[in-house]
Design a protein around this ligand. Sequence first.
Ligand code: XIL
Length: 354
Amino acid sequence: MRTTTTRSRTRLRLAGALATVLVAAGIATGPAAAHAEGKPQTLADLAQRHGRYFGSATDNPELVDEPYKAILGSEFDQITPGNGMKWYATEPQQGVFDWSQGDEIVNLARANHQKVRGHTLVWHSQLPGWLTSREWTAPELRAVLKKHIQAEVRHYRGKVFAWDVVNEAFNEDGTYRETVFYKTLGPGYIADALRWAHQADPKVKLYLNDYNIESVGAKSDAYYELAKELRAQGVPLHGIGLQAHLALQYGYPTTLEDNLRRFSRLGLDTALTEVDIRMYVPADEAKLATQAEWYRDLTEACLAVRRCVGITLWDYTDKYSWIPAFFDGEGAALPWDEQLARKPAYFAIREALR
Ligand code: XIL
């Protein structure tokens, strides 16, 4: 790992030195000149040249960490609240809304000229206790769902450019996940959720979002068929979010680019919304090199498909990754390590964007 990092750093230094000479000679202008003046281009700068964004999730408790915030604010042009806009956070008591955490993220984004992805309106996980601790009739739950969606979308109207309207609606085999919403309201809850969100903000892009749908397979096929159906019915669906929580032990999703392309052909945007690439720890040079290759490959896959609009890391540093707490023995999933130092993956992403 040390050799790769050192080599990449040397390469960057050489590029910087060359640019300095060119500027001095009056040859270089524009981005190269900016680089020479000591303002290396960020991932966001590089992505923007392809008409894409490059983002990171972040979470409210982390925002007291100034060195962390500095990189978050400079390297990325998009952020997603890791938890602050989820149902348990935004409607802790029925009909009582709390926007404080989401607002903090939106305000930070505004200060840094970043776009925000809203995450997430309808999900079986991280629901408030008042919702999960009792039974609901279909008309009751319908009203609760509509009110939650519309209050939140209205509150963030003009402040988020996209919403993960429904998160993780399918099982691995492509059947509907038996959530409280599915069991009480039937599969139509998805179309209803999209319509209600669209009423509350006709301009915001509406997504369905899930994990393990990077490859062509039963689960992504379910999204493909549902998306086709919803589009045919005129339901306001604009994009599919592929979370892309990858793991070295499961292999790279080699059909990712084809998969992105088939959704594009339905007239939908796609995005890699929660990217991380975990491994069994401790990390070693070989694992970090493979991880770097995967980051490069998924970045190239998104760039290769016109309607893949951007990439979001599920936080950018191992310091704040959700992986160690959720996957026993795994970690080291992000392009910055726990000390906020750049890993081979970071340089691989840059190469893909260059
Ligand atoms: C995770 C957060 O990062 C954690 O802080 C939280 O404890 C659990 O949820 N898929 C999603 C995200 O859509 O909302 C999840 O975020 C990660 C998996």
